[in-house]
Design a protein around this ligand. Structure first.
Ligand SMILES: *Cc1c(COP(=O)(O)O)cnc(C)c1O
Length: 418
């Protein structure tokens, strides 16, 4: 392991394979293909045994050889190793033999899967000498950049669509991040960030730092495989915004097989979107290799990317693994949130409702066979999107502080249910 680049070899164009130094850069000069981190798998194989991993602390950095930092991570060192729950009650409701929930709604510190990617991006930004970190965000990324930057003493700028949920806005402001609301959709925010990144020389976690950032998502897949007793699940259902998480969970299973930690097995990777922003799901259902950009209109704001950067690669992963995509309406998203809460006691944000709703459809249509086993990736916390379910989860019944009134209330209920 060299001191300067750890287990990484280079940045490499996904299209033509041209190699680049391990700097803050993300597109190939020749064909504009996205750059990806290449690793030295032979060295990793010797260092990353099950025993070694098992002896390390329970956070995402127990897989550090396959994460793109040169030295020890310095930001977000406690992120990850969230619970994998065997969800028997939800399995019954959805009609599948075996079901698990990977619960990143309780990820540390900002209650979404984004802490994984931010931990990597900020640790690498510090290694590369950046003092200012920034992002274009649909909400959760803003929260995570703001919080993790605060704890590392880094200055941060987070740019978000101006009409995000209040929970997500306040969750960024409280860390004293510079929060900029852009009057437009995420795709407008992202375009502006590309211009700013070029001009100001900041570390934009999902622009010039994207090759490192995106690799952080693999840790969700590494954990799933380890928590299943070192095997990849038959089916994984993953919510898609840019499509990056989906491609990286797939890559994580492939890498574990490559270094011999799991057996090669058939894994089906399925993608979930909201009908109000379904460019990738619509393309998959139509059998197309390319998506058509859309203007988002959905309560699942964390997934509202109309021009998904990794949409093409997500479509390819689904095709290659025999996976499928589906999308669900706002009402079905709320139903998904309620189902997960009622059956498993987990309150997910709208993206979680999308994942549960899509899993239900894929099981009903037989695309996920009822006799198989599936993992649903729950990526964010419901407390951040209460606006989306307010008025759809019943209401409290109010009484005076009197035993007589309480008994009357129970009597009245008995009559209704009788
Ligand atoms: C960002 C995000 C995703 C997926 O994002 P990708 O861009 O597809 O990697 C999923 N769920 C939530 C809650 C998110 O915030």
């Amino acid at each position: 392991m060299s001191k300067k680049q750890g287990f990484m070899k280079a940045l490499k164009c996904r299209e033509c394979g041209t190699e680049y130094p391990l700097e803050a850069t993300h597109v190939c000069e020749f064909d504009f293909g996205p750059l990806e981190v290449a690793y030295d798998y032979d060295t990793i194989k010797d260092s990353m045994t099950k025993e070694a991993i098992g002896s390390r602390p329970q956070n995402m950095w127990r897989y550090r050889e396959l994460l793109p930092v040169a030295g020890e991570p310095t930001v977000g060192t406690k992120v990850g190793y969230t619970p994998l729950i065997k969800a028997d009650r939800l399995a019954k409701r959805l009609g599948i033999r075996e079901l698990y929930i990977k619960n990143d709604a309780v990820n540390y510190p900002t209650l979404s899967f984004k802490d994984r990617v931010v931990s990597v991006a900020l640790s690498r930004s510090v290694e590369l000498g950046f003092g200012v970190v920034a992002c274009a965000s649909t909400g959760n990324l803003a929260n995570s950049v703001a919080a993790n930057a605060a704890s590392a003493g880094l200055k941060s700028y987070v740019l978000i669509p101006h009409d995000l949920e209040q929970g997500k806005v306040i969750n960024s402001l409280v860390y004293k991040a510079n929060v900029i609301g852009i009057k437009g959709h995420y795709d407008d925010v992202n375009k502006l960030c590309a211009e700013i990144a070029g001009k100001f020389g900041w570390a934009f976690v999902n622009v010039n730092m994207r090759p490192y950032y995106a690799e952080g998502s693999k840790s969700m897949g590494f954990e799933i495989a380890e928590q299943l007793g070192w095997k990849a699940p038959q089916h994984t259902v993953i919510p898609m915004a840019s499509g990056s998480l989906l491609t990286k969970v797939h890559k994580s299973y492939q890498e574990l097989a490559k270094i011999g930690l799991i057996d090669e097995s058939e894994v089906h990777i399925h993608g979930a979107q909201a009908t109000g922003c379904n460019p990738i799901a619509a393309a998959e259902k139509a059998g197309l290799d390319f998506f058509k950009p859309v203007k988002p209109n959905t309560i699942a704001k964390s997934l509202a990317i109309g021009t998904p950067a990794d949409g093409f690669y997500a479509l390819r992963v689904m095709k290659e693994t025999g996976g499928h995509a589906e999308d669900v309406s706002d009402d079905e998203i709320r139903e998904g949130i309620r189902l997960l809460a009622e059956c498993e006691g987990i309150f997910a944000e709208t993206a979680g409702g999308v994942t549960v709703g899509v899993a239900k459809k894929l099981i009903e249509s037989g695309k996920i066979p009822a006799d198989d086993s599936a993992v649903l990736c729950i990526t964010g916390n419901g407390l951040k999107t209460i606006d989306a379910v307010d008025g759809h989860v019943g209401a409290t019944r109010e009484i005076k502080p009197s035993l007589r009134e309480f008994e009357a209330l129970l009597e009245a209920e008995k009559k209704v249910t009788a």
